[in-house]
Design a protein around this ligand. Structure first.
Ligand code: UTP
Length: 302
């Protein structure tokens, strides 16, 4: 495996890869004709939270890995001059300007994944566009709301420690079958610093087999060396290439860290997580939140 490009030479993480080529079968039938990443959470599609997180963290280049015949994501991030003009003519210039900003706030690139062969395969599709530099990965269905954008927290950790970083936090033991779980090196930096050294990881262990309670949460900073690891993988029983397997190969020869992130996490790839995220965002909405809160009798006030 070729060695990682030097973290010391990177002053920040400029590029973020957002894979949006999965099938989204857990949210069927809603996702039959609409990508799950474009389902609304509050007033915005889920995907926009990921894009805003990347931009707020300093990213200027966002690479979407898309399903081959899907135009919906590129359409969403392309300007609609007719709509902007319509809004302006009706005195809604601020909304028109917001739509323009949405499409011009970063350089957006779209690369196709021929077939949904797993997350590692999706990331490999972005190899050329990442141009030999370290990059962030945001899984948009892992929604993380935080004052400090999560991928930016990981990027700072990468620049301090110089190795790939995985977002982690402590989970309940009974939740282990829903997560990837880290195997920690106790001689590495301590969790008191918010950082743990990763020896390896396992995907969705039974509770009694979980090697730790550090779950994996859909945010990564990776080096170009990960691509060589992915190329060495064989597909698993479900015919997919898993990022966990690639990271396990990578860990054998390179330091990898877990960063205990701040923020509220929602697994919007499931109906329960999606519903919690929608309610949370609508209750936090300045205009609708207070009335909605009364309606539900939650007693919450903005
Ligand atoms: P998931 O693991 O949630 O898979 O992907 P999925 O196919 O979208 O959903 P289910 O399990 O069928 O309900 C996590 C993220 O990785 C992307 C997905 O679009 C999602 O944003 N992904 C996954 C790809 O881009 N390609 C893949 O081959 C798999």
């Amino acid at each position: 495996m070729s060695s990682a490009s030097g973290a010391a030479s990177a002053s920040r993480i400029n590029t973020v890869v957002i894979p949006v080529a999965g099938r989204g079968t857990r949210l069927l039938p809603a996702t039959k004709a609409i990508r799950k990443e474009l389902l609304p959470v509050g007033r915005k599609p889920l995907l926009l939270y990921a894009v805003e997180e990347a931009i707020a963290s300093g990213a200027e280049h966002i690479i979407f890995v898309t399903a081959p015949n899907d135009r919906s994501v590129s359409q969403y991030f392309s300007r609609d001059l007719e709509l902007e003009g319509y809004l302006k003519r009706r005195g809604r210039s601020e909304e028109a300007a917001a739509l323009e900003r949405l499409c011009t706030s970063a350089c957006f690139t779209f690369v196709p994944q021929e077939f949904p062969r797993g997350l590692a395969d999706a990331i490999l599709c972005a190899r050329k566009e990442t141009a030999g530099k370290p990059f962030g990965v945001i899984l948009p269905d892992a929604l993380i709301l935080s004052q400090h954008p999560c991928i930016g927290q990981l990027a700072s950790c990468y620049l301090r420690h110089g190795g790939p970083v995985i977002a982690t936090r402590i989970i309940e033991r009974h939740e282990a079958p829903g997560y990837g779980v880290l195997v920690i090196d106790p001689s590495g930096p301590g969790s008191d610093l918010g950082v743990v050294r990763v020896r390896s990881m396992v995907e969705k262990p039974r509770p009694e087999c979980a090697p730790s309670l550090y779950g994996i949460f859909g945010r990564y900073i990776l080096d170009p060396g990960i691509f060589d690891a992915i190329e060495r993988l064989r597909t698993d029983a479900s015919e997919e290439l898993q990022l966990t397997d690639a990271l396990n190969l990578y860990c054998q020869t390179n330091p990898v860290f877990g960063y205990i992130f701040e923020g509220e996490h929602f697994d919007t790839g499931s109906w329960l997580g999606y519903s919690k995220a929608v309610l949370e965002c609508m209750l936090a909405d300045d205009e609708i939140g207070p009335t909605l809160s009364q309606y539900f009798g939650t007693g919450r006030h903005n």
